[in-house]
Design a binder for this molecule. Structure first.
Ligand SMILES: Nc1ncnc2c1ncn2[C@@H]1O[C@H](COP(=O)(O)OP(=O)(O)OP(=O)(O)O)[C@@H](O)[C@H]1O
Ligand SMILES: [Mg+2]
Length: 202
C-alpha cells in the first residue's frame, strides 16, 4: 500500500512542479521581456531548461514504477519458493519405467470440505491406449490429471498405476514418469523440439 501510494503521488507531484515552474517563468519572465530587461529568446531558453531539468526526474519516476513491479513479482516468487512440501512422501517404490495402466477406484475428491468435485469416480485405462476426457468446463478433467500426479490427496478411494497405489510410489519418481502439457501453450521462437521438451518438463 505504501509503495502504491508513493507511485500514485510521485507522478502528479512531479507534473505539478514542472507546470508551476513553467507558469512562474512565463509570468515573471514575461514581465521582464515587457520591461525589456531580458530578450524573448532568454525567456524561451529558460522554459527549455525547465523541461530539461524535469525530464530525468520523470524518467526516474518511471523507473521507480518498473522497480516496484519487479519487487512485487519477486515477492510472489519467493513466497512460492518458501512453500513447504504439502504431500507426504512415505512411498518407497521408485517408479523407474511405468507401463501406464491407470485405475481410479471409487475416488472421491473435494478441494474444499464437502464440496465434492469427483464423486465415486471409477475407470480403467490400459497402457498404450489413447484416451480423451471430455466434459463441460469445471467438470473435473484437470482435477483428475492433478490427482494422478498427487498434487492433491484424495479423500476416499484409490488410484492405481500399474496395479500399485500411487501413494506407495516415491513422489518425485512418480512425477518424473508423467508428462503434463498444460492448457496454456507457449511456443518459443526456436526449434519445435525445444518447445516440446520444455512442455514435457512442465
Ligand atoms: N485449486 C482449486 N481450488 C478450489 N477449487 C478448484 C481448484 N481447481 C479447480 N477447482 C474447482 O473444481 C472444479 C473442477 O475444476 P477443473 O479445473 O478440474 O475442471 P475442468 O473440467 O478441467 O474444466 P475446464 O474445461 O474449464 O478446464 C471446478 O468447480 C473448479 O471451480
Ligand atoms: Mg481444465
Amino acid at each position: 500500500m505504501i509503495r502504491c501510494g508513493t507511485t500514485v503521488f510521485f507522478f502528479p507531484i512531479v507534473e505539478i512542479l514542472s507546470a508551476t515552474s513553467i507558469a512562474l517563468i512565463a509570468w515573471y519572465g514575461g514581465g521582464e521581456v515587457l520591461r525589456s530587461e531580458v530578450t524573448f529568446g532568454v525567456l524561451v531558453a529558460f522554459i527549455q531548461y525547465i523541461n530539461m531539468l524535469f525530464r530525468p526526474i520523470r524518467e526516474l519516476a518511471d523507473k521507480f514504477n518498473t522497480l516496484q513491479m519487479g519487487m512485487v513479482s519477486s515477492e510472489r516468487i519467493f513466497k512460492l519458493m518458501d512453500e513447504g512440501q504439502k504431500q507426504d512422501n512415505r512411498g518407497k517404490i521408485v517408479a523407474q519405467k511405468i507401463k501406464g495402466d491407470i485405475v481410479f477406484e471409487n475416488v472421491w475428491f473435494a478441494y474444499k470440505e464437502n464440496e465434492w468435485v469427483l464423486k465415486n469416480i471409477s475407470f480403467k485405462i490400459e497402457s498404450g491406449k489413447m484416451i480423451a476426457l471430455v466434459g463441460v468446463t469445471g467438470s473435473g478433467k484437470t482435477t483428475i490429471i492433478s490427482l494422478l500426479n498427487r498434487f492433491y490427496e484424495i479423500q476416499k478411494g484409490r488410484i492405481l498405476i500399474d496395479g500399485i497405489d500411487i501413494n506407495d510410489y516415491e513422489l518425485y519418481s512418480l512425477r518424473s514418469q508423467i508428462a503434463v502439457v498444460l492448457q496454456d501453450v507457449f511456443l518459443f521462437l526456436t526449434l519445435y523440439t525445444i518447445t516440446l521438451l520444455y512442455m514435457i518438463q512442465v
